[in-house]
Design a binder for this molecule. Structure first.
Ligand code: NOJ
Length: 737
């Protein structure tokens, strides 16, 4: 069976290569360059505007046309009126939903649920393909360890393993296991590579990533996406170690083509080929085109540099026709594998039933919620005993804001806000009084505080919907101070004086620094931007119709100045410990320079995050016991099996995300203090217990070593299985030579 599939795959591969070669033989240089040229929508007359160039074979892909009639007209011209009849790639940023919007990627990551993440990408593909889109620029799998960076919202968090697993699931969902069907989107792994390390968390800024860190931290998710069959990669805007990624032959040629054997297409980011000139890497667009084409960028996203200059570079003999054929072949291969050459791309699939999407994104929103605090079991609220709630804050009823960033096509009319859901789901049972209190999360006008106070005094509980509007995160939307914007913190303190339970629901595109306000909440749910069905998902959790199960995919700092702060840090030669930390307020008079701890911490913030990676509470309680390893020593190439008993010792059903971490105690290069190597979502009824097993091979423990090679090293390992990156049962084992 396996063998037969292999032979078919080989034949398919041969057929594809034959088709690619046959096309190349027929194409003129101008037509070849056309396949490398991506143009953007021009406005209401896009079909008329683009028709001449498409007819002449000078365009291979079009970005941002979403009117299905226009798409069909453009495809018609490409197929029937151009000499080669090659269909267009029609691209759009379908990042976390199309019309029906799922939680932000960072929120989806909090579900730690690859199946759900895959399904969200699937529904997005089904909706978008109904409008003729066939290529999305997602997933964004940049490791994001700096929440000042607005694009952390689009990321899957700080961890290479979690990002790799979930990014691969997204690829699979968009491409539907690469079946080339009409309801699929070609996926794009972006931004290759290192974009998340933008200095100071400022978008587009320079990155400096040593090769060892690049290979061990930033590249693994891209390799996982490649193994999941991703057809395209997008270059990062940023400069990495002196070379903008769009001209990096190390990244695009050495790593992507030679080491990983990628045979799909690389697209530049928006105008990024021209921006090589602005970076100061070269003097003009001719050189920029030369550098990008030599490095291995197939498609020029809208800068038109390729269109203007590749022909002359070939005529001058600087770029060979072989080079052009390689680039064009990579694009044609993607079009063939995506089924564009074999199906009627003008026959668009039906839009999926609306309820299918709504049900799915409601489930996704629910699983994305992370319960960060729940003093004295404030939550879940009880409809039987509660008579009246005050619903306060600028984000309780904002149909568009709850969708988050990157929702060009998101239909806010489909949104159900928390206020709408509270009013409809509690009708006849609990009275709901809504006071906005602040016009936006950024307002400084305190005149709404008193009406909010009155509502709080008259209520049994205060539900505060705070955070950040969508505009405060995403591309080019970075913040240096990542605490709650405006006077929201003051509002929380003010309302606390009403003496009622204060329950926060924070919607934001990044982890906010909550150190100075956390003690003012009795309970706190972190909701990210939950998407179309935010309201029902949040109400389900507030009222215990669902138990929260989300876990943080990124560490939460106490204060902004701590970032970047992440769990998989290095030990350093002077690790901090509770005994060595001194707070600035406690420095004894007469302290001398060497009396203050002399370990790695901040005098005002210590060394720990407010909430660690992997953390999230539940309404029930899970106990971990009886961790066993089948072997204390293994040889290179062998596996170790770890098992633990998980028991739901509370009185509600619930889902736990069981996490496996390791530490390689000594390495030829220093290794992180902990690394996630596995996780499982486990649902248990009250009193129920289950034995959970993980298997690790020595390949799972491999990393890029001091000599640049990849592999595991002999020596001692710690292993933890538990509920977060700072907790869990411990065991150890050893790899022998
Ligand atoms: C720029 C962004 O960096 C990228 O992620 C996006 O896909 C392109 N623009 C296209 O909109």
């Amino acid at each position: 069976m396996g063998k037969a599939r292999e032979i078919n795959a080989t034949q398919d591969k041969q057929t594809i290569e034959t088709r690619v070669r046959a096309l190349l033989e027929r194409m003129s240089l101008e037509e070849k360059v056309g396949q490398l040229n991506q143009v953007q929508a021009t406005g209401p007359n896009v079909v008329e505007d683009l028709a001449p160039a498409i007819r002449a074979g000078r365009v291979g892909s079009v970005i941002n046309v979403v009117d299905p009639e226009a798409v069909k007209a453009l495809q018609y011209i490409a197929i029937n009126e151009s000499e080669q009849g090659i269909p267009l790639l029609i691209c759009r940023d379908v990042i976390h939903g199309y019309k029906t919007v799922a939680p932000l990627p960072i929120g989806q990551a909090a579900s730690w649920n690859p199946d759900l993440v895959r399904d969200c990408a699937r529904i997005a593909a089904e909706e978008a393909s109904a409008d003729g889109i066939n290529w999305t620029f997602a997933p964004m799998i940049d490791i994001a360890r700096d929440p000042r960076w607005g694009r952390i919202a689009e990321s899957l968090g700080e961890d290479p393993y979690l990002t790799g697993v979930l990014g691969a699931a997204m690829v699979d969902g968009f491409q539907n296991s690469a079946n080339g069907g009409a309801d699929t989107l070609v996926a794009c792994a972006k931004h290759f590579a290192g974009y998340g390390a933008s200095e100071a968390g400022r978008d587009y800024n320079t990155t400096n990533i040593p090769e060892n860190e690049l290979r061990n931290v930033y590249l693994p998710p891209f390799h996982a996406a490649l193994k999941a069959g991703v057809e395209t990669f997008m270059t990062s805007f940023s400069d990495i170690d002196g070379i903008p990624a769009t001209a990096s032959d190390f990244l695009l040629d050495q790593v992507l083509r030679r080491e990983w054997s990628f045979d799909g297409a690389v697209v530049s980011d928006w105008d990024a080929i021209h921006q090589l000139v602005i970076h100061g890497l070269c003097e003009n667009d001719i050189e920029a085109s030369y550098l990008a084409a030599q490095a291995g960028v197939e498609i020029d996203m809208i800068s038109s540099a390729y269109e203007r200059h590749l022909p002359e570079l070939v005529e001058q003999g600087r770029l060979s026709m072989d080079r052009i054929d390689t680039l064009v072949g990579n694009v044609l291969r993607v079009k063939i594998r995506a089924g564009l050459m074999d199906r009627d791309v003008m026959a668009l699939p039906e839009e999926p039933a609306r309820m299918k999407g709504l049900n799915l994104v409601r489930e996704a929103a629910q699983q994305s919620l992370v319960l960060l605090k729940n003093e004295r079991a404030t939550l879940p609220l009880d409809v039987e005993t509660l008579k009246r709630v005050a619903v306060v804050g600028p984000l309780a009823h904002e149909p568009a804001e709850q969708l988050g960033t990157w929702v060009f096509d998101g239909d806010a009319e489909r949104s159900v806000t928390p206020l709408m859901a509270l009013e409809s789901m509690l009708a006849g049972q609990v009275e709901v009084e809504h006071v906005r209190a602040l016009e936006t999360t950024r307002s400084k006008d305190r005149s709404g505080f008193e009406p909010a106070m009155h509502a709080a005094q008259a209520a049994d509980a205060v539900l505060l919907f705070l955070g950040e509007e969508a505009i405060l995160s995403g591309e080019a939307h970075c913040r240096a101070d990542i605490s709650l914007p405006g006077v929201q913190a003051e509002l929380v303190r003010h309302l606390r004086a009403a003496g009622k339970p204060v329950i926060g629901v924070l919607m934001a595109g990044r982890p906010l620094a909550l150190g100075s306000i956390i003690d003012q909440f009795d309970a706190l749910i972190y909701a990210w931007h939950p998407g179309t069905m935010a309201g029902p998902a949040i109400v389900d959790v507030l009222f215990g119709r669902a138990s929260p199960s989300g876990k943080l995919p990124v560490s939460f700092p106490v204060m902004s100045g701590q970032v970047p702060i992440y769990y998989a840090h290095k030990q350093t030669g002077r690790p901090a410990s509770p005994e060595t930390v001194i707070h600035i307020d406690d420095i004894p008079s007469g302290a001398t320079q060497t009396s203050l701890g002399m370990t790695t911490f901040h005098l005002d913030a210590g060394y720990k995050p407010l909430f660690p990676f992997g953390f999230g509470l539940s309404y029930t309680h899970f106990d971990y016991s009886d961790l066993t390893l089948d072997k204390a020593q293994i040889l290179m190439g062998e596996r170790v099996r770890a098992e633990v008993t998980l028991q739901n010792s509370g009185d509600r059903s619930g889902t736990e995300i069981v996490q496996l971490y390791i530490r390689d105690r000594f390495g030829s290069v220093t290794r992180p203090v902990r690394e996630l190597k596995g996780f499982q979502r486990v649902s248990l009824e009250p009193g129920e217990s289950q034995r959970i097993a993980f298997e690790l091979s020595t390949d799972d423990l491999a990393f890029y070593r001091r000599d640049g090679s990849f592999g595991a090293e002999v020596g001692d390992f710690d292993l933890w299985i538990g509920p977060s990156s700072t907790d869990g049962l411990h065991a150890s084992f050893r790899i022998n030579a």
